[in-house]
Design a protein around this ligand. Structure first.
Ligand code: SF4
Ligand code: SF4
Length: 75
């Protein structure tokens, strides 16, 4: 298994489930967690496979609600 390059943190209460982060993730490892609803009633974004995250930050940059923080990990 590849070593993860990024650690993703979600401020899930801020997420509006717009899906923009899913669309831009080159690894297609983000999804909306339909088993969870935040206090606004949205299904928040989640990551399915940390090991495949490249730490590219595309998800954090596109998010209009500043939900995602990417910690870039040393190679
Ligand atoms: S940092 Fe890049 S690879 Fe990792 S979840 Fe976000 S968009 Fe995907
Ligand atoms: S994390 Fe941001 S871009 Fe992704 S679904 Fe939630 S609000 Fe939209």
């Amino acid at each position: 298994m590849a070593k993860p390059r990024g650690n993703i943190l979600f401020d899930s209460e801020r997420c509006k489930g717009c899906g923009m982060c899913l669309a831009v993730c080159p690894e297609k490892i983000l999804y909306l967690d339909e088993n969870v609803s935040n206090s606004k009633g949205y299904h928040p974004a989640q990551i399915s496979d940390y090991s495949r995250c490249t730490g590219c930050c595309s998800c954090a940059l596109i998010c209009p609600d500043v939900v995602i923080t990417v910690e870039r990990l040393a190679a």
